[in-house]
Design a protein around this ligand. Structure first.
Ligand code: PEP
Length: 251
């Protein structure tokens, strides 16, 4: 199995001074761990900070990603940012279909799939988020929901060595409630089986991250679960000490 990935989603946080300080603290922390085996590290600042953070982290092992991108390459799309614009700023990855985009911007699986195609065409690695709401879980519809999201959001040819899916139960995001180890194991197993159904043996290659209130205290337990290929971290990624502790818990 490939190295785990710890990805930080800064969401809409970070004016210049804060973003610079956060990137500098991560750089120091990773420098102090030099030689330690470890996970791949990715930070996804808001659009406005990607260029500066990429410059600060240039030459380090910390990668930079976007939190969303357009499905279009250029043109009359006021306010949108194309995948190649992200690449141009130094981004290597992009989060797509985060539940906050699905909820607040009405993003459908088809939208996520088209963005995914555009991101891959521009040379970005998409991190495609799926996950059920509390209502869907309590009605026992979590597998059906996630199954449909995978079918609808992942384009043909998605499952290569770099491909990443993040399972993020909506009710665990920013709430301090994490899924139980049993639920995470069951859902990651389900996602793996669905990926194999969709992409045959290539489905084995996809890294499956867990996201939802991962913190320094629970990371070791969550990251030790079979089929957990890393973590997508929101709130705790804004605290460098916590984020570095999560990194230390990874394999
Ligand atoms: C996220 O936004 O992707 C996330 C997992 O947030 P948090 O870690 O704060 O729950």
């Amino acid at each position: 199995m490939s190295r785990q990935m710890i990805a930080g989603n800064w969401k809409m946080n970070g004016l210049t001074a804060e973003a610079d300080a956060l990137a500098a603290a991560l750089l120091r922390g990773v420098g102090e761990r030099a030689g330690a085996p470890g996970a791949e590290l990715l930070v996804c600042p808001p659009f406005t900070q990607i260029a500066a953070v990429s410059r600060l982290l240039a030459g380090s092992d910390i990668r930079v990603g976007g939190q969303d991108c357009s499905m279009h390459e250029k043109g009359a799309h006021t306010g949108d940012v194309s995948p190649s614009m992200l690449r141009d700023l130094g981004a290597t990855h992009v989060i797509l279909g985060h539940s906050e985009r699905r909820q607040n911007h009405n993003e459908l699986d088809e939208t996520v799939r088209e963005k995914c195609v555009a991101a891959r065409r521009a040379g970005l690695v998409p991190i495609v988020c799926v996950g059920e709401t509390a209502e869907q879980r309590s009605a026992d519809g979590h597998e059906e929901t996630v199954g449909w999201q995978l079918k609808g959001s992942l384009p043909d040819g998605f499952a290569d060595e770099e491909a990443i899916v993040a399972y993020e139960p909506v009710w665990a995001i920013g709430t301090g409630r994490t899924a139980t180890a049993e639920d995470v194991a069951a859902m990651h197993g389900f996602i793996r089986a669905e990926l194999k159904r969709q992409f045959s043996e290539s489905g084995e290659k996809v890294r499956i991250l867990y996201g939802g209130s991962v913190n320094a205290g629970n990371a070791a337990t969550l990251l030790a679960i079979p089929e957990v290929g890393g973590a997508l971290v929101g709130g705790a990624s804004l605290k460098p000490d916590d984020f570095l502790q999560i990194l230390s818990a990874a394999q």
